[in-house]
Design a protein around this ligand. Sequence first.
Ligand code: GAF
Length: 395
Amino acid sequence: MSSRNQEHGRTALASSQDLSARFEQEFGGAPDGIWQAPGRVNLIGEHTDYNEGFVLPFAIDRTARVAVAARRDATVRLLSTYGDQGVVTTTLDALQPGTAKGWTKYPLGVLWALRERGIAVPGVDLLLDSNVPLGAGLSSSHAIECAVITALNDITGAGLEAQEMVLATQRAENAFVGAPTGIMDQSASLRGSKGHAVFLDCRDQTASLVPFETEPAGLVLLVIDTKVSHSHADGGYASRRASCELGAEVLGVRALRDVEVADLAEAGALLDEVTFRRVRHVVTENDRVLQTVELLGGPGPAAIGPLLDASHASMRDDFEISCPELDLAVDASRANGAIGARMTGGGFGGAAIALTPADSEQKVRDAVAKAFAEAGFKAPEIFTVSPAAGAMRIA
Ligand code: GAF
């Protein structure tokens, strides 16, 4: 865990015209098009995706954009508006897992994964812009991957369905980038829809849209980016995944999805203490996702606060993936009017969400900022989000 020194995510994205102009200036020709894909917030259902369980993320209005042109040769040239690496040049044949650096591993991973599927990918020139904060647990890497695969699907005419693009980007992330992540983030980015969360059954990979709008309920959903960086390629994520796999093996089930809350007492007698707590998080979290979906279909967002709180407590105490900054963000929000709050994403840093009455928004913002300053933590970035559209071509 480390503190982020640089803020790559910016609030404003370059317009399509500006991005095209920059592309022409850098690469000497116009792009074939511009595609975008959003980051995500996970409303609830953490570390359940790779246990074949349930998740409820939504796409946010923070987006990665790529201007792309197919080339006649196998050269790949990549540039980002972050301006941190200059133009990175490689070739399709040189793509090898574990070799790419910085943000370039995401587009290169997608090229590699498509080639592995037998899709005839051309060399490309690619310019990236993004306002999804990096390392904030809002899935900035998957936003890049999803924008790139949406572009390449169009450019190659491969005709991949959303589900196939989800699996190809997961393959890029797992095998090329080296992060053993599940399918939640890509699913939110590719399948997201304005005003809806994406309810995903990660066993059969079916998705349905669940209306989730805070404004009519007099609420806002605040994101509190703690500025504590995390990486899914670090050991914490993999070790939690390994504990879940061990738990499933000892309990004799295919995946923890198959364990019910009612089975937990019996499971406790079979598992060591730490593995039991990891299992208990996943089993109860799956149940909380189902309860959340039911409540959103009935009384609405104002009813889900206690489930968000319980989810955070479970991640803090049982799964042990929170950190002091996330706990403080959650506690200060709750103490100042939020009706529910939890860390979101893979953990060990990143962001928390706080479901807050609109008339308490400023109080919560001020209280969190003050609590961080008093604790000597870096100032958090706080902003509201609402469910936005998924990946698309914009020019
Ligand atoms: C990260 C991963 F990419 C997801 O697949 C998921 O496991 C999440 O952490 C935890 O819920 O975002």
